[in-house]
Design a protein around this ligand. Structure first.
Ligand code: N01
Length: 537
């Protein structure tokens, strides 16, 4: 036991990933006096925002809230230019954070983890990389992001295509000029919805290949005025505190009435007000939109009405209208001129569910069962192996020699959305079992990092070198998370929330649906009880 505690490690904590959560982890762990090291596969900080460089890539949480709260100095010194920041500005912000807080020196860039094995004797993880020799670390914290493992569907004949195939989440760093090109975009989730209007302005011809229509609301992005920025900065600390009391973990107007407490006219007036304000908050216009199918149907009807109003061709409008699932059961998309784009002469909607299906790619384009769509470029906006993707693709071998992907064969069993039984001293951020993607992922990641910092401090203070989630605690957490999800509409659609976009992935609702404050409270209770549900030594 004593030997194990004294064994040599290259670092006490390894943080994998240098996006929002990774930078927060490096900052907090270092400031608490832990010997921490970061690795990042990319050549710079940014995480998901480093890779998502497709035209129109933009956040749909307002900039002042979609930012790290750990440094009041950074908060005051950085000025956001727009209500919803684009990927480029977010990347610059994270670069500023890394410089200002002196985090770069902790990170080894262009360093890709390939796997890790737990060694019981030395109580450490042996971590392997593509580019360098293995290292030993006491603790691993995976800050690899919930939406960072892109899915590239395989179509017959893909290799034969003579043009470029681009994935939105792996967009080239150099500028991609689509002017005068014939382009096909496959996929109409958040990425496709943002990219399509911009590609349409450049391309000579654009085919939008849509399988499942999504509900799209306008962003109404605009510059932040100096006065607005000053006002936020004058009370930023209070704002951060308020945000943490909100289920969404970002500031928004909360509903007080059911959709049926008001007349139809008032109801539509309220929807119109949110439609005019822009952003996702329309789904919180009434208290029961997430729980009552009838209430939700009133919002669906409102958005259908908007599509009908905007899109001139009634047949195209009909194809764009999502039916058969409630608004919000799949993540609502936020766009700028999305529906308007289908009024352009150079844009054609190809309805993959109704009238046409892809049979394969060939040299000149995409073959459907009806025709050849001749194109120069194909953009895959086909999404991610969400929440578990990076964790299950890596070879992470736990205490009994089992790989994490095998341990999670039936679904991502976890304790508190942060730890896994059988994988001691291993933690992940913004993954399954935490509110992450259902709330402001920056705030939820920060809260997890703060909690982990306390945990690491406590391990050190007590002379412990091992911590592992108990199987029973993990089962109880998953049961609790499932109970929260059961009453919701999330199971009423095929979505990446439940793994439905990945063939063979278990259909399990992965995020924690109880909201940010409830999650934070639970984790604090566990800490206050001496880390109940964990075995430490
Ligand atoms: O991915 P998606 P995304 N043939 O999975 C289609 C965040 N994000 O990258 O729905 C034809 O939503 C698929 O069709 P279907 C945000 O959380 C945020 O757009 O499976 N089509 C779907 O239309 C978001 O929810 C922003 O029927 C195929 C699309 O590809 C999450 O990331 C911006 C296909 C994939 O949509 C994922 O968004 C970007 C096939 N074989 C991303 N395979 C913000 O605005 C897949 N599709 C903050």
């Amino acid at each position: 036991m004593t030997t194990a505690r004294n064994s040599t490690v290259d670092a006490e904590v390894l943080v994998v990933g240098a996006g929002f959560s990774g930078l927060a982890a490096l900052y907090h762990f270092r400031n608490a006096g832990h010997h921490v090291m970061g690795v990042e596969t990319n050549g710079d900080v940014g995480g998901a925002w480093y890779n998502n460089r497709y035209p129109g890539a933009r956040c749909d949480v307002e900039s002042h809230d979609y930012s790290l709260s750990m440094s009041p100095e950074v908060e005051q010194e950085w000025t956001w230019s727009e209500r919803f920041s684009d990927a480029d500005e977010i990347r610059r912000y994270l670069g500023f954070v890394a410089n200002r807080l002196d985090l770069r020196r902790l990170i080894s860039f262009s360093t890709t983890v390939t796997g890790m094995d737990w060694d019981e004797t030395s109580r450490s993880w042996r971590v392997t990389f593509s580019e360098r020799d293995p290292i030993r670390v006491r603790y691993v914290v995976m800050a690899t992001g919930p939406l960072t493992s892109p899915i590239k569907p395989q179509f017959p004949g893909m290799d034969a295509f003579a043009g470029r195939i681009l994935h939105t989440a792996e967009w080239p760093r150099e500028e991609v000029d689509l002017h005068g090109h014939r382009v096909a975009v496959i996929g109409t989730g958040s990425s496709g919805v943002q990219a399509i209007p911009i590609i349409a302005e450049q391309a000579e011809r654009l085919y939008v290949l849509q399988r499942t229509p999504n509900f799209v609301v306008p962003a109404r992005n605009r510059p932040i005025t100096e006065a607005e920025d000053r006002a936020v900065k004058a009370t930023y600390r209070e704002r951060r505190a308020t945000v943490r009391t909100m289920s969404s973990a970002y500031l928004k107007e909360l509903p007080t009435q059911s959709a049926f407490d008001v007349s139809e006219e008032e109801r539509n007036a309220r929807y119109q007000r949110f439609w005019d304000l822009g952003g996702t908050n329309i789904t919180s216009a009434f208290t029961d939109l997430k729980t009552s199918e009838e209430a939700n149907a009133t919002l669906a009807a409102f958005i259908h009405g908007k599509i009908r109003e905007i899109v001139r061709d009634p047949e195209v409008a009909r194809k764009l209208m999502p039916t058969g699932y409630p608004v919000g059961a799949r993540r609502i998309c936020v766009g700028t001129n999305y529906y308007e784009t289908f009024n352009r002469d150079n844009v054609e909607l190809v309805d993959l569910l109704g009238t046409e299906s892809i049979t394969g790619f060939e040299a000149r384009g995409i073959r459907t069962d009806r025709r050849l769509l001749e194109v120069d470029d194909i953009v895959l906006a086909t999404g991610f192996d969400a929440m578990t993707g990076v964790l299950t693709r890596l070879d992470i071998k736990g205490a009994n020699g089992e790989l994490l992907r095998d341990a999670w064969r039936g679904g991502p069993v976890n304790h508190l959305g942060i730890a896994v039984h059988g994988f001691p001293n291993f933690f992940y951020l913004a993954g399954p079992g935490s509110p992450s993607v259902l709330a402001n992922v920056v705030t939820t990641g920060e809260q997890q990092v703060e909690w982990l910092t306390e945990l690491l401090n406590d391990q050190r203070d007590r002379g412990f070198t091992r911590i592992e989630a108990e199987a029973a605690a993990a089962d109880a957490w998953v049961k609790h998370a499932n109970e929260l999800a059961e009453g919701t509409m999330f199971f009423k659609a095929k979505s990446w929330y439940i793994g439905a976009n990945v063939p063979g992935k278990p259909r399990v609702f992965m995020p924690y649906a109880g909201g940010f404050p409830a999650y934070a409270r639970r984790t604090e209770e566990v800490a206050a009880a001496g880390y109940s549900g964990f075995v430490r030594s």
